[in-house]
Design a protein around this ligand. Structure first.
Ligand SMILES: NC(=O)c1ccc[n+]([C@@H]2O[C@H](COP(=O)([O-])OP(=O)(O)OC[C@H]3O[C@@H](n4cnc5c(N)ncnc54)[C@H](OP(=O)(O)O)[C@@H]3O)[C@@H](O)[C@H]2O)c1
Length: 281
C-alpha cells in the first residue's frame, strides 16, 4: 500500500515513517519542505503525483501556549491545513488518518473519556484540533480520527527531555500534580497506526499507552528510571501559570481498540523504560 505521511520530521511522524517502512509499505515521508499543508495547490499537486492509498496526517501546530497568541497561524495549520489534506486525499480515493488530541475534551469529569463523549475544548489549540476532526468528517467517510495524549519520542521536544535537562541543574523541580493523563511513546503508537491502516476499520479511536498518572508522577518515574536524585515537588495547576488552560482529566478510554480487534498499547512505565534505555543510556 502507498502511504503518505505529513509532518514526517515531527515527533510522531518520524516514528510512523519508520514503522510503516518496517511493515513494507511504500512510504512518502513529507516534511514541511516537501508539502506545506496550508497551500492547497502544493498539497494537491504532491498528492496527485504520489497517488497514496492512505494519508497519515501528523503535521500540526503543536505549541499549546503559543496557540493562544498565534491564533491565525494555529488555525491555518490545524484547520485549513487538515481540510486541504482531506480534500486532496479524497480526490485520489485515499483514506486519511488524522491525529487528534485529548485536548478536544474539557476534562471536567473524572472518568476516562469515551470516543463518543462530547468534545468541549478549553484552549485554542484544542479548539483547532476539534475543527480539524470536523473538517475530516465532513470531507470523507474513509477516515480514522486517532486521539492521543502526552507524546514522547526521540525526535523533538517533550516532557521527558525537559525533565532530564532540568535535573542536570536542579536538585528539585516543581511539577503539576492535578492533571491526569497517559504518557504515550511515539514508537508504540506508530506500530498501532501501521496495524490500523492494514486492517481498515474506519472511525474514531483513542490510543495511548496504558495506565494513568499526573505530570508529577511522570516526572518521578523519569528520575527513578534514570537514577536521578532530583526531588519532585507536587504543585497545583494554579501554581504554574500558563497562557493556555489544560484539562484536569486527560484520561482517554481505549475500549474502542479492543472492540475493533486491536491490542492495547503497553503500560506507560514500560514504554518510558524502553525509551530511556534505547535513547539515553
Ligand atoms: N505532542 C503531544 O503531546 C500531542 C498530544 C496529543 C496529540 N498530538 C497530536 O499528534 C500529532 C503529532 O504531534 P507531534 O508531537 O509529533 O508534533 P510535532 O513534533 O510538533 O510535529 C508536527 C510537525 O508538523 C509540521 N508542520 C507544522 N506546520 C506545517 C505546515 N504548514 N506544513 C507542513 N508541516 C507542518 C512541523 O514542521 P516544523 O518542524 O517545520 O514546524 C512538525 O514537523 C499532532 O497532530 C498533534 O496535534 C500531540
Amino acid at each position: 500500500m502507498k502511504v503518505l505521511v505529513t509532518g514526517a520530521n515531527g515527533q510522531l511522524g518520524t516514528d510512523v515513517v519508520l514503522a510503516l517502512e518496517k511493515k513494507g509499505f511504500d512510504v512518502k515521508a513529507a516534511g514541511r519542505s516537501e508539502i506545506d499543508i496550508t497551500n492547497f495547490s502544493d498539497v494537491s499537486e504532491k498528492i496527485n503525483k504520489f497517488m497514496p492509498e492512505c494519508v497519515i496526517h501528523c503535521a500540526a501546530y503543536t505549541n499549546v501556549d503559543m496557540a493562544e497568541e498565534e491564533r491565525n497561524t494555529c488555525k491555518l495549520i490545524n484547520v485549513t491545513g487538515t481540510e486541504n489534506i482531506a480534500k486532496a486525499a479524497v480526490s485520489v480515493g485515499a483514506s486519511i488518518m488524522y491525529i487528534s488530541s485529548d485536548y478536544v475534551f474539557d476534562g471536567t469529569n473524572n472518568m476516562p473519556m469515551e470516543i463518543d463523549d462530547k468534545p468541549n475544548p478549553i484552549n485554542y489549540y484544542g479548539m483547532t484540533k476539534l475543527l480539524g476532526e470536523e473538517a475530516v468528517k465532513k470531507t470523507t467517510d474513509k477516515y480514522y480520527i486517532l486521539r492521543t495524549s502526552w507524546i514522547f519520542g526521540e525526535n523533538g521536544k517533550n516532557f521527558v527531555k525537559t525533565m532530564l535537562n532540568l535535573s542536570e541543574k536542579n536538585e528539585s523541580v516543581s511539577v503539576v500534580n492535578d492533571q491526569i493523563g497517559s504518557p504515550t511513546y511515539t514508537a508504540d503508537l506508530a506500530k498501532l497506526i501501521s496495524n490500523m491502516i492494514s486492517v481498515g476499520h474506519y472511525g474514531i479511536y483513542h490510543a495511548t499507552n496504558e495506565g494513568f498518572c499526573s505530570w508529577a508522577d511522570f516526572a518521578r518515574e523519569i528520575f527513578a528510571i534514570s537514577n536521578k536524585n532530583t526531588e519532585v515537588i507536587p504543585i497545583n495547576s494554579s501554581e504554574y501559570p500558563s497562557k493556555a488552560k489544560r484539562p484536569f482529566n486527560s484520561m482517554l478510554s481505549k475500549r474502542c481498540l479492543e472492540i475493533n480487534g486491536f491490542e492495547r498499547l503497553p503500560i506507560w512505565k514500560d514504554a518510558l523504560t524502553r525509551f530511556l534505555n534505547q535513547h539515553f543510556f
